[in-house]
Design a protein around this ligand. Structure first.
Ligand SMILES: Cc1cc2nc3c(=O)[nH]c(=O)nc-3n(C[C@H](O)[C@H](O)[C@H](O)COP(=O)(O)OP(=O)(O)OC[C@H]3O[C@@H](n4cnc5c(N)ncnc54)[C@H](O)[C@@H]3O)c2cc1C
Length: 386
């Protein structure tokens, strides 16, 4: 089959992964981003690779395949620079919920087991001793990724297979038409396939391809409205005295993981719920200080630590919570890929998407069955007819 010209819009973890897969498959790839690669949501993500509480079953399986796909990719892509399969310790508030989840996951073939508080402290030596009897669990195959070095390597890998990388005005997509991508410099790029991986901006790009005022074919939870659930507050603190945490750790009040430069990355559900893109800076600083306070109570070595970064970052959240992957209804020349859990999913989704766009989708006409639940046309069926 002749190589095709593929324009991939968006160089976050998803677009960079897809560009690398398509370029390695011999396609003529141009990867476009309005900024430098990896500077939007992917940069600030907690980046926990997991299928810990994903439903229904097919979405669980997709995420579990995502964890494995990173492990397969790591040896050939300088894995030590970005792949951290360090396992996950959870101290939970609700013993019944935790036991039921661990049982379900184990039934589904996902490594998970209940442990004692003492075992949790052994697995994570930085953890201050939890109260005996606190419900805990261990998920050995989970971990996290360092998205900045990862995306650097994916983009370099795409380039080493001939991809062209356009950033800034050259990479900013301003208009779309069948076979044509218009950019901020006024240039027009011709493409046989246009793949949109613009994260939270996907609806805006999809709108460029569909008739004015039509309902969005890619409904995401609106992320710019006050009180939206899509934004989350991310905080980094340091320095850490001593070894610092080595795993992904969840407690009822806090989620944390190690971060390069001797830092610790912190998040929590309630502080994220209290922050959106309109939250005044003094409030954000107060929430960040609260997370540092909780972290000091949870792990050792933070007595000298201060908040080094805080950022409200936005989840691309499809309306039904699951990935949206495939050709746009009414504008089949535009292929979209947008998802929450994009860090967990990108290695596997990109493999499926490359197959969808090359061998399986085009030559045999049999697209990967795993993608069937995630096609954009499911939202058409959900809409009441006019
Ligand atoms: C607080 C938080 C915690 C999270 N935790 C996890 C987690 O633990 N595990 C997990 O798996 N996932 C997690 N996620 C979700 C995950 O981070 C995202 O699903 C993933 O980063 C999305 O990647 P992306 O490549 O689709 O989007 P992005 O990284 O946002 O990339 C999109 C790119 O498109 C570009 N773009 C947009 N418009 C244009 C245009 N017109 N022209 C050119 N370029 C354009 C942008 O500049 C950007 O670089 C979290 C997200 C948040 C916010």
């Amino acid at each position: 089959m002749e190589p095709r010209r593929c324009a991939v819009i968006g160089a976050g973890v998803l677009g960079a992964s897809i560009a690398a897969r398509l370029a390695a498959a011999g396609q003529h790839v141009t990867l476009l981003d309005q900024r430098e690669p990896g500077q939007a949501t992917s940069r600030w993500s907690f980046a926990w690779i997991n299928s810990n509480d994903k439903a229904p079953r097919h979405y669980h399986d997709l995420n579990q395949a995502g964890i494995r796909a990173w492990a397969e990719l790591a040896p050939g892509l300088d894995g030590p620079a970005w792949h951290r399969p360090v396992g996950h310790v959870e101290l939970a508030a609700d013993p019944d919920e935790l036991a039921a989840r661990v049982r379900r996951l184990a039934d589904w073939g996902y490594p998970a087991r209940l442990i004692t508080a003492a075992e949790a402290a052994e697995l994570e030596p930085a953890l201050k001793p939890p109260a005996p009897g606190v419900p805990a669990a261990w998920f050995p195959e989970e971990g996290y990724l360092l998205t900045e070095p990862l995306i650097d390597r994916l983009v370099a890998d795409a380039a080493s297979h001939g991809a062209t990388i356009l950033t800034g005005d050259q990479g900013r997509v301003t208009a779309l038409a069948e076979g044509r991508v218009h950019t901020g410099t006024g240039a027009i790029l011709e493409a046989d396939e246009i793949v949109c991986c613009a994260g939270r901006w996907t609806p805006a790009l999809a709108a460029l391809a569909t008739p004015p005022r039509s309902a969005s074919p890619v409904p995401l939870i609106p992320w710019d409205t006050p009180g939206s659930t899509a934004p989350g507050l991310v905080v980094r603190v340091g320095p850490v005295d001593g070894a610092g945490p080595s795993r992904v750790l969840h407690t009822p009040q806090l989620a944390l993981r190690p971060h390069p430069g001797g830092l610790v990355h912190l998040e929590a559900e309630d502080t994220s719920a209290a922050a959106d893109l309109h939250t005044p800076d003094p409030e954000l600083r107060g929430l960040a200080a609260e997370l540092l306070h909780r972290a000091r109570r949870t792990i050792r070595g933070l007595d000298r630590a201060t908040v080094t970064d805080y950022q409200v970052c936005v989840r691309p959240l499809p309306a039904d919570g699951q990935s949206v992957v495939g050709r746009l209804p009414g504008a089949g020349w535009l292929y979209v890929a947008v998802t929450h859990s994009g860090v967990t999913l990108a290695a596997h989704l990109s493999r499926l998407i490359a197959a969808d766009l090359t061998t399986a989708g085009l030559t045999t006409g049999v697209p990967p069955a795993e993608l069937a639940p995630y096609r954009p046309d499911r939202f058409l069926a959900a809409r009441p007819s006019a």
